[in-house]
Every structure is written in structure tokens, then in C-alpha cells.
Design a protein around this ligand. Structure first.
Ligand code: KIV
Length: 262
């Protein structure tokens, strides 16, 4: 999957599948399933590092996980998620940090925000760095929202998001993630721009969907938003396996003779 392939998916009305990954093992499994795009999301701050939000994730941590994923990926397009304060303070910072993601093996970077970041997007696009925008409930602004809340509900907010989507497209973004916004608004945004929209909690009309891998697999259940569909229950399976292991070791049933060397 390449950046031009993404645009073709939208033209051909073929839905784009995206999931997050943070390591080589899951990257290989995701590729075997034929998923189009892997996002090395700063959601790793929550699902891997156990924090309450994504704000403490650093460039060093993102680059480390990007290298693990990009090193294992052979077909899927890998997007590196720019962490908090890696692009907000200055355009210069933004450009250099975006470049570091490509050097770590990503094909594109993602950053949050609309009109406020279009100068960054434009600068990156100009030097050949594909950029994915992220609008709606952007987790790096969680404190401004007062929590993880659906955005774009009022008329003015909805219009602002439509304008932001257009501004990102004009700045050269190659796709836009739409997070936690009403499905009708996501539909209008998808129809307004020619670049693909990738929804998460944004209804069925986007050009593609993204889920956090550990949510999709039912591994992370500290907080399960309404838009998550767990396609497996791996936390329950893991718990069951670990409990059985403990029981069988304690009862002397593991290892058996055939699991021992002689
Ligand atoms: O960090 C992440 O995983 C994301 C997705 C939820 C879109 O930004």
C-alpha cells in the first residue's frame, strides 16, 4: 500500500482498513490479515505504557516503536504518529521531527489539528513527507475538552471542522483521521474533501476505519468507548491460560514427561 494507492481507494470506493501496532509480532499478524495501513499511534501511551492519556509520550518512544513496526512491515503503509510537543512549538521542530519518522521507516506521519497546523502540513508536503491530518476529538487536546468527549455537535463547531478538513487538504494532507464526531458530519466532511477520511467513532460513511489494536482484540478493557467493537476477547483468553498454567505448575501437572528432556 502506497500513498497514491490510498487516494485510489477513495476514487474506487474501496474501504481502507487501518489498525494501530506498536511491535513486530503484531505487525506480522496484521499483515497476514491483509490490513492496508498500520498506525504507530501515540495511543501506546495508554494501552502499552498504562498512562491516562497520550500527553507524556516522547519522540524517542515513538521512534523506537516505529522502527519495530516498520522493520517488520512488508506491504502495509506505516504511519508514525507525531507525539505531543513534537510539532506544536515551531514549524522547524515539526519538519525535523517528521523527517525522523521517515528515517525510522514510516511512510507518512500523522498530526492533530486543523487550521492551526496547516503551515506545518504544507512545509512537510513540500519536501515530500506525506502527512495525515487528525480532526474531531484529538486526544492531545484532552484537557481543553475537559475529557474524551464527542466533538462537532453544534453548528459552528461542525462548520469549523468542515473548514479544517478543507484547509488540511489544501495544505497537502494525504488523508484525515476523523475521531469521535457525529456520523452525519463525518459524511459531509468525507464528501467535501477528495482525500480519504479514516473514521474512529465517526460512523460508517468515512473512506476507511481505524481501531486501536488492543481494543479490537479485546485486550484493553479499562475504558471501552461506544465505537469499539471487540472482534476477539484476548484478555479473557490470556487470563484463562495464565490461571491454568499456575494451577498445573502448582499441582505438578506441568511439565509432563513429553515436555521434558531425557
Ligand atoms: O494514537 C492513535 O492510536 C490514534 C488513533 C486512535 C487514530 O491516533
Amino acid at each position: 500500500m502506497t500513498v497514491p494507492d490510498l487516494q485510489k481507494c477513495k476514487r474506487d470506493r474501496r474501504k481502507i482498513t487501518v489498525v494501530t501496532a506498536y511491535d513486530a509480532l503484531f505487525t506480522r499478524i496484521i499483515e497476514q490479515a491483509g490490513i492496508d495501513v498500520i498506525l504507530v499511534g501515540d495511543s501506546l501511551g495508554v494501552v502499552v505504557q498504562g498512562r491516562a492519556n497520550t500527553l507524556s509520550v516522547t519522540m524517542g518512544e515513538m521512534l523506537y516503536h516505529t522502527k519495530l513496526v516498520a522493520g517488520a512491515a512488508q506491504q502495509s503503509l506505516v504511519i508514525g504518529d507525531m507525539p505531543f510537543m513534537s510539532y506544536q512549538a515551531s514549524a522547524d521542530d515539526a519538519l525535523r521531527n517528521a523527517g525522523r519518522f521517515l528515517q525510522a521507516g514510516a511512510t507518512a506521519v500523522k498530526l492533530e489539528g486543523g487550521a492551526a497546523v496547516t503551515d506545518r502540513v504544507e512545509a512537510m508536503a513540500k519536501i515530500g513527507i506525506p502527512v495525515v491530518g487528525h480532526l474531531g476529538m484529538t486526544p492531545q487536546s484532552v484537557h481543553q475538552y475537559g475529557g474524551f468527549k464527542v466533538q462537532g455537535k453544534g453548528k459552528d463547531q461542525a462548520q469549523q471542522l468542515l473548514n479544517d478538513a478543507k484547509a488540511l487538504e489544501n495544505a497537502g494532507a494525504v488523508a484525515i483521521v476523523l475521531e469521535a464526531i457525529p456520523a452525519e458530519l463525518a459524511k459531509s466532511m468525507t464528501e467535501t474533501v477528495e482525500i480519504p477520511t479514516i473514521g474512529i467513532g465517526a460512523g460508517p460513511h468515512c473512506d476507511g476505519q481505524v481501531l486501536v489494536l488492543y481494543d479490537l482484540l479485546g485486550l484493553f478493557d479499562d475504558f471501552v468507548p461506544k465505537f469499539v467493537r471487540p472482534y476477539a476477547h484476548l484478555k479473557a483468553d490470556a487470563l484463562e491460560a495464565l490461571r491454568r498454567y499456575k494451577e498445573e505448575v502448582e499441582q505438578g501437572k506441568f511439565p509432563s514427561d513429553s515436555e521434558s528432556y531425557h
